[in-house]
Design a binder for this molecule. Structure first.
Ligand SMILES: CC1(C)Nc2nc(N)[nH]c(=O)c2N=C1O
Length: 158
């Protein structure tokens, strides 16, 4: 079964609790096994300012579900935890993004894999590198190289 990497983010309604609840819910997704989760990181918000710091992490899972079914399950968890899709790039209770899905590349209206912004977000790359330092994207780019060249947004391990 392919390994999928999920980016978790929250900056509303007790982010640490949001991430812990999300991990418990991810562990219950049928046909899926939660293998590992990175440390939690506090990060300065990228995008519109004036919102609270985020707590970010990356989870590694193996799944028998196809990508779009995994996405459905993740969006159900976001909705269950009160995700309000109001302002684009605004503050949110929980964000669950599929970053990588095996070596698959996908470009659907609902889902792009690898995640289109992951290469420029240290709050994704650092926890991902913590789990898999030698990871390579399907394009052949290495996580380490992407980390070197991505904006050094404020980020600290909790
Ligand atoms: C609004 C935007 C782009 N900024 C973020 N900024 C940080 N630090 N962490 C996130 O998870 C995050 N998610 C987003 O969607």
């Amino acid at each position: 079964m392919p390994l999928a990497y999920i980016g978790l983010g929250s900056n509303l309604a007790e982010p640490l609790k949001q991430l812990r609840c999300a991990l418990d819910a991810i562990a219950e997704i049928p046909g899926t096994r939660l293998l590992r989760c990175s440390s939690f990181y506090r990060s300065a918000p990228v995008g519109p300012d004036g919102q609270p710091d985020y707590v970010n992490a990356v989870a590694e899972l193996e799944t028998a579900l196809p990508p779009l079914q995994l996405l459905d399950r993740l969006q159900a968890i976001e909705n269950a935890q009160g995700r309000e899709r109001t302002v684009r790039w605004g503050a949110r209770t929980l964000d669950l993004d599929i970053l990588l899905f095996g070596r698959q590349q996908l470009d659907e209206p609902r889902l792009q894999i690898p995640h289109p912004h992951m290469g420029s977000r240290n709050f994704v790359l650092l926890p991902l590198a913590e789990l898999e330092p030698q990871l390579q994207l399907p394009s052949g780019e290495s996580i380490q190289a992407l980390l070197q060249q991505c904006p050094q947004n404020r980020l600290e391990k909790i």
